[in-house]
Design a protein. Structure first.
Length: 640
């Protein structure tokens, strides 16, 4: 059996195909779409909590973004696996597949057990409706052959569940009859014109396992290149219907009831534009105890189930459909029961009596789900309305009353409420787009003004760059000159350092020579002192010789002359020595002075050498810094 899930429902959205045109929003009778933005594009997806599967979004989508799923593929897979399945076919099969008997032949050949006409289940439904109204003294009823209507009441008008018929739809009545009264325990599959039937089957414990829609069935036949004409004809199985075959057209239930209860007040309502607004009107009358019809024959589709949400025929065939069913109605109304005890009774009267004797109405009763009520949309406060309107660039009352319906809602206020409840977004409003354009134009104007200022700044920068280029060139030239001067100064300093070093060496040698002169002069002084001593002794000897000569008389006169000459020579030697000592003292003083000068000169040369080394190091640093500045200036020149 197929695995059903109502988390996503039977209607699906292809986000890539969605163009955000809002037709689905506008056409949906219950606002079951969520508008959102994806990658800067407006999209719409289904809000399954609110969706009643009426099919309006599929019908009105021009971009093939909405489609539906059913159980056709699962049905054929199961059938091809050898499982026996009983098929129930809706009355509308007659007009959607004119060669439906050959279609039945194909299905039987594929392994289907039997094929029953849901028209018979429609006869049971009519019987059960009237029996419930009469025997149970129930209040007037709303018929429920349409699952979209049931979905609407369960989700949006649960207070009308008491008025909703407690009897199953014709399809389910057929399924109950087949299962309970014909003892057919096979899986049941439904040939259906309706998307929403899949949800109905799930909500009724999946008594029917497969909803095979006409559209998907035809696609299957086309894809598998099935030629129905190659199959033999097979008709419905033994259950012969009465006027239940009319259920698939607008007012079909009404025709059935009026045939049995003349002058019964039956209201006929079809189409999404009328059906759901009528239910609101009906609810209001019930709450105010105003008269309502005995039975409301209400369908979601304007032309009934013959042209349902998953049918393959269009409105153009409407008259042909009615013509065919009118003929079928006349045939069934005049048809006599040919067997058994009621040969003279019409088929319809016979079936009513048969149902009274054989069927238990409780077997065909349905219980509804009171927990499916959709969350009511929250009403914003006026302050919140104002904030939402401002987000849509609606600043005044006039802009808040444009009501252009482009967003899918009838009024701007409804749109604001939808935004508040997460069903839409401000960007989906035309006025928002207009406001964005105005705001964008304003921003563009500001941008243009900024660009003009930037251009002006760029021009100034260009001028400054040119001036900077000239300045940089001049700076580079100056730095080159400084570098050359530094290099020249460094060369001169190197020469000076060499000469200073030479002078320092000369001063050192001079000091050494002076020291040697002082040593020699000291020796000379010692010699002079020795001469003085010799002169003194010579003078003393001469004096002694003169005395001795005087004593000798004439004999010592010659010696006296020698003594006098020796004395004179001693005196002259003493005078010379005294003069030499005087010159020696002067020479010592001069040599001392020269020595001091040599020492001072050496110190000065060392100081000069130290200072020159410092200057040389500074020049090297200056040259390196000049190179860095030159490199920086070149970078500035290149970047400008």
């Amino acid at each position: 059996m197929p695995s059903h899930s109502m988390i996503t429902g039977s209607i699906v959205t292809d986000e890539d195909q969605c163009q955000g045109c809002n037709k689905c929003v506008r056409e949906c009778p219950v606002h079951a779409n969520i508008v959102y933005v994806n990658h800067d594009k407006v999209k719409a997806k289904i809000n399954y909590e609110r969706c009643i599967e009426c099919g309006r979004c599929i019908e009105n989508c021009d971009h093939n973004a909405r489609s539906f799923v059913d159980d056709t593929a699962a049905f054929f897979h199961r059938l091809n696996s050898g499982h026996k399945i009983t098929v129930l076919a809706a009355p509308s099969i007659r007009v959607n597949f004119p060669d439906y008997k050959k279609l039945f032949g194909f299905l039987i050949a594929k392994g289907v057990n039997v094929i029953y006409d849901v028209s018979f289940g429609a006869d049971i439904t009519t019987w059960a409706y009237l029996k419930s109204i009469k025997e149970k003294e129930l209040k007037p009823l709303i018929a429920q052959p349409c699952p979209a209507v049931v979905n609407y009441i369960e989700k949006f008008k649960p207070e009308l569940l008491e008025q909703l018929s407690p009897i199953h739809s014709p399809m389910l009545c057929t399924a109950v009859y087949v299962r309970k009264y014909l003892n057919d325990n096979s899986e049941l599959a439904m040939l259906s014109p309706c998307i929403a039937k899949r949800g109905e089957f799930i909500s009724t414990q999946s008594l029917i396992s497969y909803n095979i829609t006409y559209q998907r069935l035809k696609e299957y036949l086309d894809n598998h290149k099935v030629e129905l004409s190659n199959n033999k004809e097979v008709d419905f199985s033994d259950i012969a219907c009465s006027l239940g075959c009319l259920f698939s057209r607008p007012g079909g239930l009404k025709e059935n009831v009026e045939a049995l209860v003349p002058n019964a007040w039956v209201r006929q309502i079809e189409g999404t534009e009328l059906a759901y607004s009528y239910l609101n009107h009906y609810d209001d009358r019930v709450r105010h105890n105003k008269p309502v019809p005995l039975l409301v024959d209400i369908l979601n589709c304007q032309h009934g189930c013959n042209i349902g949400t998953a049918s393959i025929i269009t409105d153009e065939a409407l008259d042909d459909v009615d013509n065919m069913f009118n003929k079928l109605k006349i045939e069934k109304a005049q048809e006599k029961e040919k067997s058994g005890f009621a040969k003279t009774k019409k088929r319809m009267e016979f079936l009513q009596n048969y149902f009274d004797k054989v069927l238990n109405v409780k077997d065909f009763q349905r219980v509804y789900d009171h927990s499916r009520k959709a969350q009511e949309l929250r009403e914003p406060s006026e302050l919140e309305y104002n904030e939402i309107f401002c987000s849509m660039y609606k600043e005044d009352e006039a802009s808040r009353s444009i009501n252009c319906v482009a967003c899918g809602y009838s009024t701007c206020r409804e749109m604001a409420k939808a935004i508040y409840n997460g069903l839409s977004v401000p960007v989906n409003c035309v006025n928002y787009s207009r406001g964005e354009v105005i705001d964008t134009n304003r921003k563009n104007l500001e941008i243009n003004e900024m660009l003009a200022k930037i251009k002006e700044l760029s021009d100034d920068r260009l001028k400054y760059s040119k001036k900077l280029e000239v300045d940089v060139t001049n700076i580079k030239a100056s730095l080159d000159e400084i570098a050359s001067a530094n290099e020249y100064s460094a060369d001169n300093l190197q020469t000076i350092m060499t000469k200073v070093s030479n002078n320092t060496e000369t001063s050192s040698r001079l000091r050494q020579d002076v020291e040697q002169m002082k040593e020699r002069l000291s020796n000379f002084a010692n010699a002079s002192n020795l001469i003085v001593d010799i002169a003194s002794q010579t003078n003393l000897l001469a004096l002694n010789a003169a005395i001795e000569a005087a004593r000798a008389g004439d004999h010592g006169r010659g010696f006296s002359v020698v003594a006098q000459e020796v004395r004179k020579l001693a005196e002259q030697s003493n005078q010379v020595v005294q003069s030499t000592l005087t010159d020696e003292k002067l020479m010592v003083d001069l040599i001392e002075s020269i020595s001091n000068i040599a020492v001072g000169l050496e110190k000065e040369m060392l100081e000069v050498s130290h200072r020159v080394e410092q200057i040389s190091a500074s020049l090297e640093q200056l040259t390196a810094r000049s190179q860095e500045i030159l490199s920086f200036v070149e970078n500035i020149s290149q970047s400008s």
